[in-house]
Write a protein that binds this ligand. Structure first.
Ligand SMILES: [Zn+2]
Length: 464
């Protein structure tokens, strides 16, 4: 059955080609002779669905008036269902099942279909998703139809059916995954400048799992916008004005952004008290922890988040972003706050998780024990940044009953003792970090660096 929309689009595309107006994008789907642009963008710096070029989610787009159906697959019981996709509201956190649509299990066939009520010229289809980890990326194919083959309902698709078999026309393939898949906010936009993506009454999102081996690999879809070509003025969600403090290291090598949007009360303290610490200590930490073929991130983002989004954690680092608990930082601004930021900056420089360029090397690497991962930042914090606070000093009695691998301050105390008593040439910290960064840490390193085994060192440390 010839399809009117397809014919029109092909003709239109042909004219554009003749005029030299169509440029093909790298991530594009051939559609007749037309090229549909698929733009993929990610936001890992803020929680407000701001992307470099993709606009904020729409509130009054044509998805709102449409009828939505699960054509195949099962909605996860923790998702409120399809209405969340067009309610114009975004999830409050990066792990909000009750504010996202997602399928259950890992069955191969799962599709959402949409009836727009009548055939309309569609300008763009944009999908937004958000998760802290593997549920952020989107992998789907978008189909459209004016009508389907005889007897084929728009809102049902059998498991074994390839959509084109029943009349669906492929518009685009979308895949927002990256080689090192990570969380964040993802947006995909299927559009074609000026032309629109075609005239359709029905749309079908044929959705794949992000990772077929992961039973929880179902995308957390936060919002899907369908905008008619004629719907030129779309109302967008309102994102708060960002309040950013931006500065660089004194030598200009490193850039820093502190997002104080969520903590206006911390703005002046951040400028006068925290900024100088970041400027002085980030480059120092980079210098303390060099290794071959490694360069530390040259842009670090700090952002305050309310305690309600932090589960009580004071601060954490994820790649080159450090998240700070506003309430905790305020309370500790004259005590622990700056030291905690120094500790987190060490995690950014350690880069133990992200410093693996390919899957094979990741598979071979050993994970560094937690007491090394946390002991090094606490050593740098308590013994180099703020030795006067004596925050990791242990009394003779406490030390005699302590375990050197008890992590944080206790392990910092142990590392300090080993460095003071057994580091012949000042290279111990550097070498310890270097093997951990490569994913090659084993207990043997202590013997290599000091001539004594880890157990011998721990015994002497306890007895001192
Ligand atoms: Zn830590």
């Amino acid at each position: 059955m010839p399809n009117v929309a397809l014919k029109n689009l092909c003709l239109y595309a042909f004219l554009l080609y003749a005029l030299g107006a169509v440029t093909s994008a790298s991530n594009s789907a051939a559609f007749g002779t037309a090229t549909i642009d698929v733009i993929v963008e990610r936001n890992r710096d803020s929680d407000d669905f701001r992307f470099p070029t993709i606009p904020l989610p729409a509130v009054d787009d044509d998805a709102v008036k449409a009828t939505w159906a699960v054509a195949r697959g099962v909605i996860d019981g923790n998702s409120p269902g399809l209405s969340i996709l067009y309610d114009g509201r975004m999830p409050p956190t990066n792990d909000s099942p009750d504010a996202n649509f997602f399928f259950a299990g890992s069955a191969s066939a799962r599709s959402i279909s949409v009836d727009l009520g009548e055939s309309i010229e569609i300008g763009e289809v944009t999908a937004y998703s958000w998760h802290s980890g593997g549920r952020a990326p989107q992998v789907y194919s978008l189909y459209g139809a004016v009508e389907l083959n005889d007897g084929q309902p728009w809102n049902r698709l059998d498991d074994g059916t390839n959509p084109p078999e029943v009349g669906w026309i492929k518009i685009a393939d979308v895949d927002t995954r990256e080689r090192q898949a990570r969380g964040g906010q993802h947006a995909s936009r299927v559009a074609q400048a000026d032309v629109g993506i075609g005239t359709f009454r029905y749309l079908l999102f044929d959705i794949q799992t992000v990772d077929p081996k992961d039973p929880f690999g179902n995308t957390f879809f936060s919002e899907i916008d369908i905008v008619a070509k004629s719907n030129a003025i779309v109302k967008r969600i309102e994102a708060p004005e960002l309040d950013l403090i931006e500065f660089s290291s004194n030598d200009g090598r490193y850039q820093y952004v502190v997002d104080v949007t969520a903590a206006p009360a911390m703005s002046s303290w951040t400028k006068t008290e925290l900024q100088p610490i970041i400027q002085e200590w980030y480059p120092k930490i980079v210098e303390l922890l060099p290794s071959d073929n490694f360069s530390a991130p040259n842009k670090v983002v700090f952002r305050y988040q309310p305690n309600s989004k932090m589960n009580g954690i004071p601060a954490y680092a994820q790649s080159a972003t450090i998240t700070l608990n506003s309430e905790w930082m305020y309370r500790e601004r004259n005590r622990e706050a700056k030291g905690a930021v120094v500790h987190e900056m060490v995690h950014v420089v350690q880069a133990y998780q992200s410093n693996q360029s390919n899957r094979e090397r990741r598979a071979r690497r050993r994970s560094t024990p937690g007491w090394i991962v946390e002991g090094i930042p606490d050593y740098i914090r308590w013994y180099l940044y703020e030795p006067q606070s004596k925050g990791a000093v242990l009394s003779k009695e406490v030390r005699s009953q302590s375990k050197h691998d008890a992590s944080y301050r206790v392990s910092a105390n142990f590392i300090d003792w080993v460095i003071r008593s057994h580091d012949r040439d000042g290279s111990l910290l550097r070498n310890l970090n270097s093997v951990a960064r490569k994913g090659e840490y084993t207990s043997d390193i202590w013997q290599k660096l000091t001539g004594k085994t880890e157990a011998e060192l721990a015994d002497s440390w306890r007895g001192e």
